[in-house]
Design a protein around this ligand. Structure first.
Ligand code: ADP
Length: 715
């Protein structure tokens, strides 16, 4: 019998065939056969990353296979246990974990799954005989695909821990940042408060110094005057000079404390100018030479360099040299002290050095490391009293000046302090200024010049809020001048407008109106702009001077001052004024004289130039007027008679009539030079009542009669 399965035209199955044709054989009818259970025969896994992998058989234990994530491509083979049934069997499978659907495979008994995700799956497979319905029996296999190491639970736990740690770290960082910020804020506020406090302190120190300097002025000023008194006995003079030296020491200490506060609070700024350093070094050296009372100590000044013009801060260098010199004097009982200015070159950089060398007690090795520290004082047996701030101040000022300070010393041999400045340093970040320096030589100029006003004595106005200083100045000057006094700037301004003094001396710090404002008022008013102003300053600061110069001040005197110094300064200023007046009113004969006059005129205040131009124009416009007097010009200038009189006197050293005559004579000379007019006509044109009077005035002015002048000109 042939066992082939055949179908009729309607699709009904039947079995058997003969000679290729189907026939129905009732014997062959199969009853409802029980299907044998399906067995999973093998499972073969492949390497995901290798398409040509041959595959490996995976052992099945307890209906379970475990595959790695790299081998998640696999083929499952299954078959019914009864092989005789195989030809009529159909299969269906499902993979729980991917879905619940059953897929029929027909007689295909191999299923391949590719790249399954890690996880747990249950593979179920069932079979049925063809034409029979699906039963409920199935065979299952649990498939576990292990995750890669980075997806394992412990990896995830690690991730979680890491994330928690990172979050914790971020939180901690943030908290710290907040804490730091609030601390910074706090510190910032504290710093601001400190700054405010420091400023307050500095202000306080400045004011205290002002207060201390004022009585010192009253001590030192009269002392200087007393010492100048030739009638004093040597004993008295000696005692007075001891008092003066002590007062000077007190003043130096006050100055040093103020300076120290200023550098400590970083309120000192570098202010440089291009000057001759040799002059300053010599000036300070000479001061110490003069002050030196120890016959066993010789002070030498040595300027070894030609290259002495450089940028430096006048005040800072003065303080540094002063400190080094006074220490040298203090610690050198006998021997030599040498102040040297030299220049040298190191590695192509030019340096200017100032050194103070002494042959005194010297400094021990232990002390040498500390002497530039604040409040440090040596402990040797020759230690003198002091504050220990001198060298600390020197060091911080040298730093500010971008200079170095070095010291060499040997006990019992002496010490050498060297300040090293970079010669070509232009200090681009510092304030640069052109400061009018007043040198001692000028201050010592004691010639007395008499300036006559129409009242005889020149008038000086003292504006000072301190009654004692006012009285001191008044008593010192009342013999030579007519002294007017005012207690503040406003009062001073009122007096200045009404009295037109010859010179004004004013304090800077005053109630109601300060000295700078007073100076500005004076210089900005045509009636008073010609009056020289000397400002008295308690603080020897450039800022005060700058403000003062900007307001038009002519000179400064630092408190404490002596009447002698003030007197010589007044004389200098008035003498200069006199010279200027002489030049600007002269009648030029040559071009260079004309140039000289122009230059002198330029030195005058703008308002004064305008004033002179205006007055001259009025005179020239009314040249033929015979009686041109103060009243006429004052009227035209809208000024009072006395103001006009004093103003012209102050500027030209001439009375109004003299000035009018001068202009007329100048014009007369021009007319003679033109050669068009007779003398009678010229005297008419220039407003002279007669030719004889014109002739007389011409002779007074030029030292020869007009006819003689003409003759000389023709020759
Ligand atoms: P002070 O002189 O007020 O004590 P300084 O700061 O000026 O303070 O000096 C600090 C110390 O350095 C002094 O106390 C002294 O011991 C030492 N010293 C300074 N200059 C000299 C010098 N030229 N010779 C010897 N010792 C000196």
């Amino acid at each position: 019998m042939d066992g082939a399965v055949c179908k009729d035209d309607n699709g009904n199955l039947f079995f058997g065939s003969q000679n290729g044709a189907c026939y129905f054989n009732p014997e062959h009818i199969i009853e409802n056969v029980q299907i044998a259970p399906v067995k999973i025969t093998n499972i073969k896994s492949y390497d995901n990353s290798n398409p040509s992998s041959k595959g490996t058989i995976v052992p099945i234990t307890n209906n379970k296979v475990e595959l790695s994530h790299q081998n998640s491509t696999f083929t499952i083979s299954f078959s019914v246990m009864d092989f005789s049934q195989t030809p009529q069997v159909e299969y269906a499978y499902t993979m729980e974990g991917l879905g619940k659907t059953w897929f029929e495979t027909g007689d295909e008994n191999r299923i391949t799954f590719r790249n399954l995700e890690p996880g747990e799956y249950t593979f179920k497979v069932k079979a049925k005989m063809r034409n029979q319905p699906w039963g409920n029996k199935f065979t299952s296999l649990q498939i576990i695909i292990a995750p890669p190491i980075w997806l394992t639970w412990y990896a995830k736990l690690l991730y979680a821990i890491l994330i928690i740690l990172i979050l914790f770290g971020i939180l901690r960082f943030y908290k710290r940042k907040l804490a730091l910020e609030s601390r910074l804020n706090l510190e910032h506020h504290q710093h601001e408060n400190d700054q405010k406090l420091n400023n307050e302190r500095l202000r306080f120190y400045t004011n205290i110094t002002h207060e201390l300097r004022t009585p010192l002025t009253l001590i030192l000023g009269p002392l200087e005057d007393l010492l100048a008194d030739k009638t004093l006995s040597p004993r008295q003079a000696n005692k007075i000079s001891i008092i003066r030296d002590s007062a000077n020491r007190l003043l130096n200490l006050i100055n040093q404390i103020l300076e120290f506060r200023k550098t400590e609070t970083e309120n000192r700024k570098l202010k440089v100018g291009y000057h001759n350093l040799a002059l300053l070094v010599q000036e300070i050296g000479i001061k110490y030479k003069e002050l030196n009372q120890n016959a066993e100590v010789n002070i030498h000044i040595q300027v070894d360099t030609q290259d002495t013009k450089l940028y430096y801060d006048h005040e800072i260098i003065t303080i540094i040299i002063d400190n080094l010199m006074s220490n040298a004097v203090k610690y050198t009982p006998k021997g030599d002290i040498t102040l040297t200015l030299a220049s040298n070159e190191e590695n192509g950089v030019k340096y200017t050095t100032i050194s103070v060398e002494d042959t005194g007690h010297g400094i021990s090795k232990e002390s040498l490391n500390h002497i530039f520290e604040r409040y440090y004082q040596g402990k040797g047996k020759y230690q003198a009293s002091g504050s220990g701030i001198g060298l600390a101040l020197v060091k911080s000022l040298a730093d500010l000046h971008q200079a170095t300070i070095e010291v060499e010393s040997e006990v019992e041999k002496g010490s050498k302090f060297t300040l090293k400045l970079i010669t070509e340093n232009t200090y681009p970040n510092a304030e640069h200024q052109v400061v009018k320096e007043v040198h001692k030589s000028e201050e010592n100029n004691e010639q007395t010049i008499s300036i006559e006003t129409e009242d005889g004595k020149p008038i000086i106005l003292i504006v000072e809020d301190n009654r004692d200083i006012r009285e001191y100045v008044r008593s010192s000057f009342e013999e030579m001048y007519e002294v007017l006094t005012a207690a503040d700037g406003k009062e001073g301004w009122d007096i200045a407008q009404n009295q037109i003094p010859n010179i004004i001396i004013s304090d800077i710090m005053m109630p109601v109106m300060d000295g700078i404002e007073l100076c500005r008022h004076i210089k900005e008013d045509m009636r008073t702009s010609h009056i020289p102003v000397i400002l008295l300053t308690a603080k020897d600061t450039l800022q005060d001077k700058e403000e003062g110069y900007a307001a038009g001040a002519d000179s400064f005197i630092t408190k404490p001052f002596s009447a002698r110094l003030l007197n010589s300064r007044i004389n200098n200023i008035l003498e200069n004024r006199r010279k200027t007046a002489g030049v600007i009113t002269s009648i030029p004969e040559t071009e260079s004289e004309q140039e000289n006059i122009e230059n002198e005129r330029k030195n005058l205040n703008k308002l004064d130039q305008e004033f002179l131009d205006k007055v001259t124009a009025i005179i020239e416009e009314n040249l033929c007027m015979e009686k041109m007097d103060v009243a006429f010009i004052a009227d035209k200038m809208c000024m009072s008679h006395s103001t006009l009189y004093r103003k012209i006197k102050g500027l030209t050293e001439m009375t109004v009539n003299e000035y009018v005559r001068k202009i007329k004579m100048k014009k007369g000379m021009e007319l003679i030079n033109e050669g068009k007019y007779s003398l009678a006509e010229i005297s008419d044109l220039t407003g002279f009542s007669s030719v004889a009077y014109f002739r007389q005035c011409f002779k007074d002015e030029y030292g020869m009669a007009p006819t003689e002048y003409l003759k000389r000109k023709q020759n």
